[in-house]
Design a protein around this ligand. Structure first.
Ligand code: F6R
Length: 241
């Protein structure tokens, strides 16, 4: 495990963007595993800036996102498709047909999960998986559980996750209760993982995830077993380590 220490959020964003940019420059047709949420917004903004300056070309890149809510159409402002299009994809030259998220509107969600796993395999696996960390230790929407779920699956979100996401909706009861997420196996099979963490509110969970026992009760703890994990975190998030 490699820990890259950043001074603050914008420094973390730039340092993480540097790793992603190096991946895209070294392998122009790479497969990027992408995340949504607040933590990674600054990373996308930094990559957009470098794209606009002519430093990165995404025209041969494929992307697979970690997760999507069940029941929200792509045009819904809180769907992860909308987030990715508006915060990243529409601002760079990635081809829209090369961008992938689970379809949360699929009639048969189990089939959709199998389609998504097959798609990742067909693309040759993920070269670099970007991750944020939930306050309860979740990665993607792999919530604390009795066992690690391996493949893409449908999850019922924990109350704490619904509450954390309520800030993006008008009312808490509008937050979808289910999501489709890549499983731990798909995430762990990525050739490189970049875990980004910022802020004092994540300090305790980051310490547990990186130094505590590996357990499905803390899904992010499995990352300790990954041979090529880079943690990019700011001073506040690293303050207990
Ligand atoms: C979303 C995702 C989640 C977030 C996590 C942290 O695609 O994968 O695991 O990374 O909930 O979210 P923020 O960055 O908003 O604290």
């Amino acid at each position: 495990m490699r820990i890259i220490k950043a001074t603050n959020y914008s420094d973390m964003s730039r340092k993480a963007a540097n790793v992603i940019s190096a991946q895209v420059i070294l392998k122009s047709n790479c497969v990027l595993g992408l995340a949504t949420g607040a933590t990674v917004l600054g990373i996308y903004q930094q990559l957009i800036d470098w794209y606009e300056k002519g430093d990165i070309d995404f025209s041969s890149v494929h992307s697979v996102n970690l997760d999507e809510y069940v029941g929200l159409p792509a045009e819904h402002e809180q769907s992860y498709r909308y987030y990715m299009d508006h915060n990243f994809f529409h601002k760079i030259n990635i081809l829209s047909e090369n961008t992938n998220l689970p379809n949360g509107l699929a009639e048969n969600i189990d089939e959709e999960c199998r389609r998504y796993d097959a798609l990742i395999e067909k693309l040759g696996g993920i070269d670099l998986q970007l991750l944020g960390l939930g306050h309860n230790g979740h990665i993607g929407f792999n919530e604390p559980d009795q066992a690690f779920e391996k493949t893409t699956h449908c999850v019922t979100l924990k109350d704490s996750t619904i509450k954390a996401n309520a800030r993006f909706f008008e009312h808490e009861d509008q937050v979808p209760k289910k999501a489709v997420t890549m499983g731990i196996k798909s995430i762990m099979q990525a050739k490189r993982i970049v875990l980004c963490v910022s802020g004092i509110t994540k300090a305790e969970i980051l310490k547990k995830v990186l130094t505590g026992p590996v357990t499905p009760a803390l899904p992010g703890s499995i990352l300790q077993m990954h041979p090529n994990l880079t943690v990019v975190a700011d001073a506040e998030a690293l303050s207990l380590l």
